[in-house]
Design a protein around this ligand. Structure first.
Ligand SMILES: [Zn+2]
Length: 113
């Protein structure tokens, strides 16, 4: 489970941003999690309290925004939801796919005061 490591790194990043922006407190962070990012949203949520424990983000709310994993078939060019179709093209059955979206894990918004 690498979610805790990811979150800890993110807390450090946000700490840097907060210092630059002179934010005293961060109310909420919004993370974009792609379905193809390899990160499990439920794990992120369960690791979050541990990642922010004893940091300035201890009271910060976590909001996740799930980005659908869209892939394109390299054989027929069809675009589809790779997770729903089990990584297989519904048009031609091809498994050679390029990811179009849903591979990201990024900080979308930091709500501070
Ligand atoms: Zn195809």
């Amino acid at each position: 489970m690498h979610e805790l490591g990811l979150l800890s790194a993110m807390v450090k990043t946000i700490e840097g941003i907060a210092r630059e922006e002179r934010l005293e407190r961060i109310e909420k962070i919004v993370l974009q999690v792609g379905e193809l990012s390899g990160v499990v949203p439920a794990y992120l949520e369960s690791c979050y309290p541990a990642a922010v424990y004893k940091t300035f983000m201890e009271d910060t709310e976590l909001e996740l925004e799930i980005v659908p994993g869209i892939a394109r078939c390299t054989q027929c060019g069809r675009e589809f939801n790779a997770v729903a179709e089990d990584l297989k093209c519904p048009g031609c059955g091809g498994v050679q796919l390029t990811a179009c979206s849903g591979t990201e894990l990024m900080i979308k918004e930091i709500v501070g005061c």
